[in-house]
Design a protein around this ligand. Structure first.
Ligand SMILES: Nc1ncnc2c1ncn2[C@@H]1O[C@H](COP(=O)(O)OP(=O)(O)O)[C@@H](O)[C@H]1O
Ligand SMILES: [Mg+2]
Length: 298
């Protein structure tokens, strides 16, 4: 349901993601692991449209959620004047021409307003709005990101009633069920400031589920917690993993990742180095870099 195609992301001269491709099927649980600074958060934030890719595309349920990348559409490249000119000059194969055009960013350099028209055409055929994406994909952050000035209940029903326009009584009903499922119903009327880290994170998970998302992205959901609170949060995520919801999880909890994941994706310096079932990855990592990483964390 989530397709990341050749994703590049730079902040100024810092290249954080460097051509990352990843497919997550419906109902899969994928853990993304890797050293600090390898681009894990940037990947999740890109999927939830908190960052815009420099190059590449992200598709959700067959719809494009990022601006289109003309270099991923060979028909677009072939329709360009740049291609036609180079083709007419002769001497190179089709593959070589397309590779040259991509490598040297020639569409951006030469196509002018036609370039914009190409992009608009792809967008028009496939586009999904930011709100639709945020309804489908929930996100849980390391630092919970609850609204401090709202009670637990108001945190829960804010997005469903404003973005999704669900009637308030219905949203409250669902919020209660979800709070109950994470063991937080009795805290429904308190403010987040009075909760422990583990409790805040359980509320944040329930809040993400209020939108009835198809997928939830977790960015180090237990990294900011005191050790004695990690388990209560992992237990909630574990239970969720069995419900058939799609999950992408950035975590440093290797035992947990091994237990709940269908796949482990190992990222280093913005590149997806390994993508394997947990049994395979943890017992026989293919790359030296993964072995070094595992030696440090296991
Ligand atoms: N908004 C930003 N502006 C500039 N640099 C950023 C920004 N976000 C992340 N970075 C940098 O990108 C790199 C990767 O960050 P991140 O995706 O958070 O890695 P990870 O989650 O794997 O630790 C880091 O060097 C970080 O400092
Ligand atoms: Mg991070």
């Amino acid at each position: 349901m989530i397709e990341v195609k050749n994703l590049y992301k730079s902040f100024g001269s810092l290249q954080v993601l460097r051509g990352l491709s990843l497919n997550v099927e419906d109902g899969q649980v994928v853990s993304v692991i890797g050293p600090s600074g390898s681009g894990k958060s940037t990947l999740l934030r890109s999927i939830n449209l908190l960052e815009q890719p420099t190059y590449g595309e992200i598709w959700l349920d067959g719809k494009l959620i990022t601006p289109p990348d003309p270099y991923l559409h060979f028909d677009v490249i072939r329709a360009s004047n740049t291609y036609k000119k180079l083709k007419a000059a002769g001497g190179k194969s089709d593959e070589e021409l397309i590779a040259d055009i991509k490598k040297n960013d020639l569409l951006k350099k030469h196509e002018g307003s036609e370039y914009a028209a190409m992009l608009k055409d792809i967008t028009g055929k496939n586009f999904q709005s930011t709100n639709e994406v945020r309804e489908k994909v929930g996100m849980v952050f390391q630092h919970f990101n609850l609204f401090p000035h709202m009670t637990v209940l108001d945190n829960m029903i804010y997005a469903p009633t404003t973005v999704k326009k669900i009637p308030k009584d219905q949203a409250i009903e669902r919020a209660k069920q979800l709070l109950d499922s994470v063991g937080m119903l009795e805290k429904i009327d308190v403010y987040p400031g009075t909760l422990s880290g583990g409790q805040k994170q359980r509320v944040a998970i329930a809040r993400a589920l209020c939108m009835e998302p198809e997928a939830v992205l977790f960015d180090e959901p237990t990294s900011a917690l005191d050790p004695e609170m990690v388990k209560e949060v992992l237990d909630v995520i574990k239970k969720l993993a069995t419900t058939g919801i799609t999950m992408v999880l950035v975590t440093h909890e290797m035992g947990f990742a091994r237990e709940v994941s269908d796949r482990i994706c190992f990222l280093d310096q913005g590149i997806l180095i390994e993508d394997a079932p947990p049994e395979v990855f943890f017992s026989t990592p293919k790359s030296e870099r993964a072995r070094i990483f595992l030696d440090k964390v296991l």
